[in-house]
Ligand binder design. Structure first.
Ligand code: ATP
Ligand code: MEV
Ligand code: MG
Length: 387
């Protein structure tokens, strides 16, 4: 038995960080995916290992399944249908299993992803030998939700082979889960995100699971029906950063300045609600379409100012802002900030020459630009071994 699951990355149009503190945020999936392939050895193989291959990072891990069982079974068994948090005690046992693998120092950021893998695997599949191969089209640790795409695709592949999922409809070899299964995957993915992020709001795993465009507040999801074609230039500053550290930095600032920060979060909440309303409102002609784009651009600039207030901008992000401003284009960071990726709104009537010029100028600074499709499908699985 084998399965492949894929889950998309995301952009946040408004509300990152503030969403951790109860504000509304708006996010959309993008057409870059993380793929997880899960297979079990045949009984005749006599293979008693749990193997993890991070293919594009060129790292392979292997644990005797008895070793995983010895480390984790003292904590009692998990029930696949009841997502549970990884306790601090379990984190310690898992950290020991990861340490045994001697991840090279330059790739040590992957340790939290491998820990999330071990927790999700043992919780959903128990102590069964198996092999997981992961590939990703997303840049890791860059604000495009690589951690959530990993946790969603992994939880889905693991749950798909428990034999208790309903498959909803057929789409070019990729199948979609039913509503109850999506909810279960999303809950497990959130538990994985907790291991990687510390204190996630849940927006990244939710948009990766459900796809399209969503409004999210305090764990509540509202699906948005976009009435606006959106084109965003995504610039990867290639400055490495870590979502966990940035999220805890904002929390520390909130402890130091509770009243000021609460006003900032309230302003972000209003911006996100306005962004959601603009995206959903119909445009009757070209002029209302361009008015909507102007408003959206202005709200993105306002949100960026407030993110700077929270302390999550970065010199590289400011360089992107200055560069795009020369072409009168609105820009904000996306995801946790501190480097990573930045969004620039490209108005539908914008000439290609301007897009080419701004891209060339950004790439001359050493950044990497891409235009991704926005608002596509969320999680999908395939039982076809060739996909
Ligand atoms: N394909 C993958 N394989 C292994 N680990 C991964 C993979 N994708 C993500 N991770 C784990 O997630 C970490 C990056 O997560 P982080 O939340 O910091 O960034 P992000 O999710 O890309 O951005 P953001 O949370 O701002 O959207 C990596 O360092 C690694 O531990
Ligand atoms: C920074 C943050 O708001 C978004 C990261 O993509 C963290 C979270 O919501 O979990
Ligand atoms: Mg993340």
């Amino acid at each position: 038995m084998e399965v492949t699951a894929r889950a998309p990355g995301k952009i946040i149009l408004a509300g990152e960080h503030a969403v951790v503190h109860g504000s509304t945020a708006v996010a959309a999936s993008i057409d870059l995916y993380t793929y997880v392939h899960l297979s079990f050895p045949a009984d005749s193989d006599n293979d008693d290992k749990l193997k993890l291959h991070l293919k594009d990072i060129d790292l392979e891990f292997s644990w005797p399944i008895g070793r995983v069982k010895e480390a984790l079974s003292k904590l009692g068994s998990q029930i696949p249908s009841s997502p549970a948090s990884c306790s601090p005690e379990a984190i310690k046992f898992i950290a020991a299993l990861v340490e045994e693998q001697n991840i090279p120092e330059a790739k040590i950021a992957l340790a939290s992803g491998v820990s999330a893998f071990l927790w999700l695997y043992a919780s959903i599949q128990g102590y069964k030998p198996g092999k997981v191969v992961i590939t990703s089209e997303l840049p890791l640790g860059s604000g495009l939700g690589s951690s959530a795409a990993l946790c969603v695709s992994l939880s889905a592949a693991l749950l798909a082979l428990t034999g208790s999922v309903n498959l909803d409809c057929y789409h070019q070899g990729w199948l979609m889960f039913g509503e109850n299964e999506l909810e279960l995957v999303n809950k497990w993915a959130f538990e994985g995100e907790k291991i990687i992020h510390g204190r996630p709001s849940g927006i990244d795993n939710t948009v990766s699971t459900y796809g399209n465009m969503i409004k999210f507040r305090s764990g509540e999801l509202t699906r948005l029906k976009s009435n606006m074609p959106l084109k965003m230039l995504i610039t990867n500053t290639k400055v490495g950063r870590n979502t966990k550290a940035l999220v805890s930095g904002v929390s520390e600032r909130t402890v130091r300045h509770p009243i000021a920060m609460s006003a900032v979060f309230k302003a972000v909440d209003s911006i996100s609600n306005e962004v959601a309303a603009i995206i959903q409102s119909p445009a009757h002609d070209d002029s209302t379409a361009s008015e909507k784009e102007d408003k959206l651009g202005e709200l993105m600039e306002m949100n960026q100012g407030l993110l700077q207030c929270m302390g999550v901008s970065h010199a590289s992000i400011e360089t992107v802002l200055r560069t795009t401003l020369k072409y009168k284009l609105a820009t904000k960071l996306t995801g946790a900030g501190g480097g990573g990726c930045v969004l620039t709104l490209i108005p539908t009537l914008q000439s290609e020459t301007v897009v080419d010029k701004v891209t060339a100028e950004l790439e001359a600074c050493g950044f990497q630009c891409l235009i991704a499709g926005i608002g596509g499908k969320g999680l999908q699985v395939s039982f076809n071994s060739s996909s």
